[in-house]
Design a protein around this ligand. Structure first.
Ligand code: CFM
Ligand code: HCA
Length: 528
């Protein structure tokens, strides 16, 4: 029996039938189709989060100058408070509310008699104390169940206080994972915020989409982009702000890092304002170099191209020697990566460049295009995906502006520039790698025992069990409070952290005390 069968064989026939579509071993030269973005099986410990996590936790959460009121019981607010290390810097023009946690703290009486009054009161209090330019409201499960109309409350407050108030019906149960929440957040930002600013267009300006500044990644990427000479209009949404994303429509080009969470905005910006989007990957030295060269090729200005090459040479020179020292210590190791929806793919080439091969991988909530590439779109919608509103936008008659003609865009696409396109995980994963979609605790542990990778990359929920079993682990959602990992300097941080982890198998060096002598001694009922 191969490893896949050995693991799946433990399931009942009904579960086996479901999971066998989500667990595959890559076969070279084959189409390698995987089932994705479907409901998790009740009773199985899935690692997924919920719709609220995707909307409030991931996409709108990092917007620093927005007071974000969570309408619901306090637990959901606590979950979103600081846990994703939203890093943001305020300045004299930009307020920063990231360290606060705003909640309506719904109680049983609010659930019975309705919570709208409490929400209105919370908005009033927030306006009086914090005087924000924008408030966002995110609702959690009970709000949807009792039917509080947060959108009517938002519209009334917007008028009453003359500020922007945007509401998101992102109840946790909507959709099958965080992914539905990304979509809801994208719709809300597009409908209410993007395009409402009146900044002037600046040459060579870009938006960085799907970059959430985990461990300071966004700061490091922007440092390099600014060094080359680009004007960064907005980052969506790491260290981002309402003030900036209002003007996102003025950029010449959108760079998309995590397409899973933000492709909806990228596409709507193209339709409404004419802005092209380019897939980038600022993780891994080859990825960064390629991405910077692609951006330069888009603008096609000799001075910018020369500066790009000079910056690449300089940044690479600074880290080259140290990277090769780490590589010598890592060469030949194997890894497993399980993250949410795009990082698994984004890290493969960085690991490859350090001599580490990924033999076991998966996503929590990716869609088939994240595995197979954008060419599989459009996918057939099921009842769960239809539950998430899909909005359509029209060309804005005043603000629509294209940087290149259609012919020129086609030429650039033909020349291989990833305009409106991305590869999936398959493009970079090793032959024979084991893939599990919507991964769960049971399969993770079993595959780790069978495939024995030298390091396990994942998140807070599963890392400690694995680490204590003797497999070194690093979190790829939060970087275990290290970072940045993006950009040239980030690659060096990553190489250092991985080298330290692999070469410090602390839990392999200690033996549990109960393995050598009993730690509990007693008598069984009545025995002397
Ligand atoms: Fe995109 Fe993300 Fe990810 Fe994601 Fe996430 Fe995240 Fe992630 Mo955690 S937006 S899909 S919903 S890269 S929070 S910053 S680390 S699971 S792989
Ligand atoms: C989420 C957020 C998360 C969780 C990370 C983890 C993040 O899914 O709601 O499990 O360690 O990156 O903060 O993905």
């Amino acid at each position: 029996m191969d490893s896949r069968e050995k693991v799946l064989d433990k399931y009942s026939s009904k579960i086996y039938k479901n999971r066998k579509e989500h667990v595959i071993q890559i076969e070279a030269g084959e189409p390698n189709v995987i089932a994705a973005d479907t409901r998790a099986i009740p009773g199985i410990m899935t690692n997924r989060g919920c719709c609220y996590a995707g909307c409030k936790g991931v996409v709108i959460g990092p917007l620093k100058d927005v007071v974000q009121i969570v309408h619901g019981p306090i637990g959901c607010s606590y979950y979103a408070w600081g846990t994703r290390r939203n890093k943001g810097k305020g300045d004299e023009n930009t307020k920063n509310f990231l360290e606060y946690c705003f909640s309506t703290d719904m109680q049983e009486t609010d659930i019975v008699f309705g919570g709208e009054k409490k929400l209105k009161k919370a908005i009033k209090e927030a306006v009086e104390i914090f005087d924000p330019a924008c408030i966002m409201i995110a609702s959690t499960c009970p709000v949807g169940l009792i039917g509080d109309d947060i959108h009517a409350v938002a519209a009334e407050a917007e008028e009453m206080y003359n500020i922007k108030v945007v509401s998101f019906s992102c109840e946790g149960y909507k959709g099958v994972s965080q992914s539905g929440g990304h979509h809801i957040a994208n719709n809300g930002l597009m409908k209410n915020v993007i395009g409402t600013g009146n900044a002037e267009h600046v040459n060579y300006s870009i938006n960085l989409l799907g970059e959430y500044n985990i461990g300071g990644d966004g700061w490091e990427i922007c440092r390099v982009l600014k060094r080359i000479g680009y004007n960064v209009v907005s980052v969506m949404t790491g260290d981002g702000s309402y003030a900036e994303i209002k003007n996102a429509h003025t950029a010449d080009l959108n760079l998309v890092q995590c397409h899973r969470s933000i492709n909806y905005i990228a596409e709507m910006l193209k339709t409404k304002y004419g802005t092209e989007w380019l897939k980038v990957n600022f993780i891994g030295i080859e990825g960064i170099k390629q991405s910077l060269r692609d951006v330069a090729a888009f603008f096609n200005d000799p001075a910018l191209t020369a500066k790009t090459e000079a910056v690449i040479a300089d940044e690479e020179d600074e880290i080259k020697e140290a990277i090769s020292e780490y590589k010598a210590k890592l060469e030949g190791k194997t890894a497993s990566i399980y993250v949410g929806g795009s990082r698994t793919h984004h890290y493969i080439n960085l690991l490859k460049s350090l001599g580490v091969e990924v033999i076991l991988a998966g996503y929590e909530f990716a869609h088939r295009d994240d595995y197979e590439g954008r060419q599989v779109l459009p996918l057939k919608m099921d009842a769960d995906s239809k539950n998430i509103e899909s909005i359509t936008v029209e060309k804005d008659p005043d603000k629509y502006r294209t940087f290149h003609s259609e012919e020129r865009i086609q030429e650039l696409k033909d020349a291989g520039l990833p305009i409106e396109s991305y590869d999936g995980l398959w493009a970079d994963i090793a032959d024979n790698a084991m893939i599990t979609d919507d991964y769960n605790q049971f399969e993770t542990e079993e595959f780790l025992k069978l495939l024995k990778p030298d390091i396990f990359f994942s998140g807070i929920k599963d890392k400690y069990i694995v680490q204590r079993s003797g497999v070194p682990s690093r979190q790829l959602h939060s970087y275990d409070y290290s970072g940045p990992y993006a950009g040239f300097k980030g690659a060096l941080n990553f190489a250092r952290d991985v080298t330290l982890a692999v070469n410090t198998p602390a839990f392999n060096l200690v033996q549990a005390p109960w393995k050598s002598e009993p730690t509990l001694i007693g008598n069984l009922g009545g025995m002397e």
